[in-house]
Design a protein around this ligand. Sequence first.
Ligand SMILES: [Zn+2]
Ligand SMILES: [Zn+2]
Length: 287
Amino acid sequence: MQAGESEKMVVRFWGVRGSIPTPGKKFVKYGGNTSCMEVRCGSTILIFDAGTGIRELGLALNKEFANTPVTIHLFIGHTHWDHIQGFPFFALAYRPDVTLYLYGGHSVSTLEKLILGQMDREYFPITLLEMSARLHFVEMKRTPITIDNITIHYTYLFHPGLSLGFRVEYGGRTFVYATDNEVLNDPDLGEYNMANLGNLIHDAHMLVTDCQYSDEEYDNKVGWGHSSILQVSQLAERFRVKKLYAFHHDPLHTDRDVGKMVRKARRRKKTSMKIYGAREGDTVRLL
Ligand SMILES: [Zn+2]
Ligand SMILES: [Zn+2]
């Protein structure tokens, strides 16, 4: 380990698609797996969402920690299928030397009950109680979470059934993961929504957020709980985000469509903020 290595925040995209996986040759560049992000803060491993991308992440972690016990912190923003569907295939959940913390809090039910239901034997041959990792469910109740030297703030997002957005602060760097969120134009709700999102994303070095729709598509999807790339890039510029990653790509959007949306957003931005389309397999180092 080099000097300062322990202070590094390294972010990797394992699944960037919204709603449902999209295999096929039109989806090769950005990828077809649903939501899953890995964030390493020094040697601490955080995961955000357990969409189908978590399967590959589990295989990679299994290789890296083949003979070493490991602790994982998995945050679930909400339990729509595209954010939990990979969980039964997360290899580390089947290892007795793995300690797995699962954090939730978007629902009136508990995350433990919701995952227990997902892992019912009618849907999958192995139940939650049969997974061999040491599982600890944590219901988040408004106060920030502290793990090692990392602080994680979170807030409710505008989405059917609510979802949670997360702000990770570590070693002077800030990463924000806020998907399944609609940036509202409604003047009554808009100001609250703005202030709430501003608190979450301000001055982030990296913001990964819901940009499911093009501007034109959004006009027909008001109230669906997802945003257009125009709304999001204006919001991110207003709150001085440094790098914006459009995430939760619509399953109808091919590589060409996503590329077009990102280029259009880049052309009309007014600040030095960088805009990217989130790509499965990409790694970003926040040094
Ligand atoms: Zn989703
Ligand atoms: Zn959702």
